[in-house]
Every structure is written in structure tokens, then in C-alpha cells.
Design a protein around this ligand. Sequence first.
Ligand code: GLA
Length: 723
Amino acid sequence: MGCAVIYVDEKQGRFHLQGRAYSYCLQLDEEGRLLNLHWGGRIPDADLSQLLSFYWEGASFDLRYGRLPLELPTPGAGYYGTGALSAVNPNGDSILCLQYKGYTLTAGKPTLPGLPASYVESPDEAQTLTLLLEDELLGLRVRLMYTVFANYDVLARSMAVENAGKAPLELTCMLSASVPLYGCDYDLLHLKGGWGRERAPQRVPLNQAISRVESRRGASGHEQNPFLAVLEKSATEFQGRVWGQTLVYSGSFLAEAAVNNFGHTRLSIGLHPDMCHWRLAPGESFQTPEALLVYSDQGLNGMSQAFHALIRQRVCRGYWRDRQRPVLINNWEGTYFDFTEEKLLAIAEKARDIGVELFVLDDGWFGKRNTDTCSLGDWVVNLDKLPGGIRGLSEKMHGLGLLFGLWFEPEMVSPDSDLYRAHPDWCLHAKDRVRTQARHQLILDLSRQDVQDYVIQAVASVLERDGVDYVKWDMNRNMTEPFSALLPAEGQLETQHRYMLGLYRVLETLTARFPKVLFESCSGGGGRFDCGLLYYMPQTWTSDDTDANERLQIQYGTSIVYPPAAMGAHVSAVPNHQTGRIASFQMRGNVALAGNFGFELDLTALPQQELDQAKEQVLAIKSLRDTLQKGVFTRLESPFEGNFAAWQFLSQDGEDLLFCAYQRLVQPNPLSHRIRLRGLEPEACYRTEDGQSYSGGRLMEVGLPIPLPKEDFSSYILRLHRT
Ligand code: GLA
């Protein structure tokens, strides 16, 4: 375990979770209540009990319980905030009184039943502390699970709730983490957005109020990502204290930063309590999703790098996790629904000639789908468009030396489909109510096992038969009537979470059955960019907005939590289809290289000069791929704050450095502009490809001057090698 370790002193009621860079200190009080006395920088001390008396000093209208830094706040007894756990018992009240009963400390990390979660590959990579709390009157047992990783500066936390009593309970709130922080002189940071403009960082001051970000949509959503951080007011990208949390989950969520009347902050995250209630019969258990918590005193980049490392290596899984991701061409913006096999092959040939490795056939290959009004659910090839079937096309692609990928939207059904005509009750709906359509489609009820099995079989039969190497797994609407025909009235509020569990079962089954298929998730672009899906599919289509200038912001914001290796990024045509903007081919390529690189345009329509540029881009990407996928990514200058954006990738061994700077608009009589690099060895020498040498110190202290061409949307990429 190296220097990360969990210390337990049960006699004194102390649990000190000591990561490489953080300490998380739990303490029992004399009534057996679990308190959190410190989450922040790593400290050697185990005993912080002296702090306890300060929480209820002086006269107050408030009760002691509500003032304590509770690790698992529950309603009643004077706590008035959002409870981390609440349950309605057969008496109709929701009082919980949880007391410590014991602990277990194990090497490694157990999996969470039915849920995605961070993981280890061997027991010496982590230690897991499980604390058992119980409400004896109800027989409700709670297991809080904490994992400290030896090699990652992330704390994983989740909760399991067991009904060991005699009567059924209804869980009404079960958060994954709810952590008290000392003080409130902080800013809050979250990622806001909408379709086509996902994950823009928004930083606002905290005040004595509850700040919430959430989704009730049955998907993590374009609007707010399952992430929330608080920062010291003076914290920047590079310095200052930051506490961040994200959720390994893809459905409705709630994240809160609440400041109480004593000037302390509580950070919490978990299932949205309005969207998930759960009946818990005697003997049953409920497992929450996992929260990932990061503390950094190295500013926002420090927090992001901790998330990136864990997400890339211990949330993402499978064959493709560490393999170089193929450069792809996707036909969506190139042809939309209007394609023939001949057209696809013509694009593929050009793609092969410039070094592309994977051809992805997007929407429109099945049923009678020539528009988005029909056929979802009927995953049978349209032979009018593709006379040789998918098999015939994939063989031809393979013959060209390309991998072959296919688009599915398996969670959906079009009312105009054979599937819907055969099974009208298979969609999410409420009895006797309108079934609201979005993009002319309804959502299949994946809370049902028969529907899950259909989806598995429908996708598996194509993958088995047709030689498919890649799947784009799309999901293009949110839930409007999240109810199920199979659940009783009192169970309807379980539907959304049961849907997610069903989706995870489908994905677990398919990814296990097709381990070498590369899955990429998508939801109207980046409407479901979260750690839950990254566990099954190691890359996500970042946004339907492919405009290079917009992508600077979208990719910059996404990187607050997610590593570049998780982001799909494509060069598309100009004028851009979303904005009408024109950026040079070079700029488009230089923005897309900071993600899983691909093209999404009709290559047969490109002039030779641009094809040559595309070929050069692909060559460069291939030689840089390890650094781009596995290197340490650092944001240097924010496109949200000025006319420039910049970032760098530093290979794991520190030898290869890629510096990327972008100027958005030309300014007359511009000020000269230099950007300082980060994380280099001051004395080492870094050489550019044309033989120029710089010391690490100079690059970090003096910075690199940025050329300022008279061209809107220009880019400057420099590759350096430590000599
Ligand atoms: C969504 C995706 C796009 C494309 C279309 C196809 O909008 O985000 O990339 O696949 O669906 O209908």
C-alpha cells in the first residue's frame, strides 16, 4: 500500500483514512455517532477529538446533534439539512438513530453488486474500511464503505442499507457521500450546459444556502454533470485547496453544497431523492452508487489529474483501456441518413488512404430509417441501402484494412416500429397517460428483465453475425414518464433506478460477451458523460457540437473531471453544421487531437490539399497517441476567460511533451502573449522537432511566446522531447 493506509483505533473510536495526499478522519462520539473531523491535506495525527467540544460551544437555539460534523446525517434529533439516509418506517415516521456497531478492514476493494464502480487489479492496490451502523429499533443496518488507493489520490465511498428488521421500510434518500467541511469561505464549481454546449465550468460564491446541481431526467444529462467541487476563494488552476466529488452513475442525481448557520459546509452527492424511493423488505439490501472524492491543494488541475488517473485506469476497463484507440471516420455529418453502400465505400477508401483505422456507420442502416421518425427497435439491416447486409459491408471494410463500427440506439423504440407494434407495453409509460415523444421516440423499459433480454439479444445477434469491431451506443432523449407497467403503484418511484440497473446489466452482458469490441457511448453528444458509462465504454462522444472554437470550451470543461482519453473528438466540415463557422483544417485537427481523434465529414468532397493535411494529422496523432491517451493533461489557459486556450500533455515518463495553444479571434495591434508550461524538470533540456532547445525552467518560468497570425481560430502545436 505504500504510503496510503487506513489506521483504526477502535478503542478510541478513530478511523484515519490516509491517502497519499489527503486525510479523512472519522471519530465516534460518546453516543456512538460517527463524525468527520477532517477531510483535507494529509496529517500524521490520529487524535482530533479536541475539536469536538468546539462544535457546540456557546449558547444556541440549536441542538447539539444538528451542530455536529456528522458523517451520515439522518433526519430528526435536530439535524435539518438533507439527510444522507432517510427511510419511512411502518409507523409512518422517518426517524433514524444510527449507532456504530463495528468495522472490517480488508485489502483490496469489493465490487458493488449490479453497479459500476472503481476497482483494483490486485488486493495490494487498496484498503477498504467498512463501518457498520445500526438503528436497533428498526433493525436497519448501514454499511459505509471507504476505499483508499495506494496509487490514486481518490477516496471511493458508498453505502449499503440492509433491512434486518421485521417490517418493510421505504428508503426515501440514500446518498453516496455527505461530508462536512470546516468553514464556508469557498466558491462552488460545477459543470453546466445544454445540448451542444456541455460541461462549461461555473464558479460562484457559496453563501448560507443550499446550492444544488441535479438531474431528474433519468440520465446524468447535458445540463449539469454529476460533479461538484468547492474551492478556496484564492484557488486557481494551479494552487489552492479544492474538494471535488463525482458519482459513478448515469441516471438522475443530486449534488449539494449546503452552508449551515454555523458557517460550515456540507458536500453531498448521490441518487436524486425525489426520483428514487425504494421498498426494502425484511432481509433485503440496497446498494448506493459509488462517490469518488478528491482533495487537492494543487488547485483545479491537481483535482482533475487525480480524477483522470483513476477514471482512466480504475474506472474504465477492458481490452481497450490501455490500447491505442483507433483513428476513426464516422459518416454522420458526412451523409446523415442519405447514404448507399457505394458512397460509404468511397469515403472509406479515402479514409484508408490517409491512415484512418476504423470506419463507423452511424444512424440509418436498419428498418426503414431514412429519417429519425421510425424504426428504433428494429435492428434489422435495410437491404435497399446495404444490399450485402451489415456483414457484406463489414467484410468490404475489413478488406480495405479498416475496422468496422456500427451505431445503435438500443434503449429506444420508435412508435413506428415492428417492436412497438408487437410490445406496446415495453416502453416507460404511465397508465392511461400520454406517452410523450421526443425525437419521435419512446424509451424502452429497461427496468424489465424481458426488455433487457430483448436488447441484449438484438445487439448481440448483429455483433455475433456481422463482424463489428466498434459500437456507438447512443441514447437520444430523456425520461418523461419514468414508470413501469410491471411495478405496483407503491414501487413506481423505483423505475428510474431499476432502469439504470437494467442498463448496467445489459452493458455488463454485452461487454463481457464481446470483450474486444470497442464501445463508445453517446447521448445527443455528451448528455450522459459520466463515470458510470465509462466503466463499460471507455470513451464518450463529447458533444454534437463539432465546431473547433466551441470544442475548445467543451473539451476544456469536460477535462475538469474526465481524461482526454475518454472524449471523442472529430474533425468536421466547414461551414460547421452547428454554428456555420469556418475554421481552418489545421485548427480543426489541432483541437480534435486532444481527444480520441476522428473525422466526421465526407472525405470524398475534400480538396487534395486538405486530404494531404488530414494524412499528416493522422500520422502525427499515431506517433503521439501514447502521450495523448496516457500522459498527464494540464490545462494552461482557459477559453472561458480570454482569447486563448492552451493545454499540455506530458508523457508518463516525462520525456514527451505536447503543447497546444489556440487563438480564437484576431485582434488588431495585439499584445504579445506567452504561456508558461508546467510540471517539467527545471534543469532538463527539451528539444523541439526542428532542433530548438529550451530548459524546463525557461519553459515554466518565461513561457513560450505564441504566434499571433492574422487569422481567426488559429492554433500552435509544439512537440518537445526531453533530451
Ligand atoms: C445523436 C448523436 C449523433 C448521431 C445522431 C444520429 O444526435 O449524438 O452523433 O449519432 O444521434 O441520429
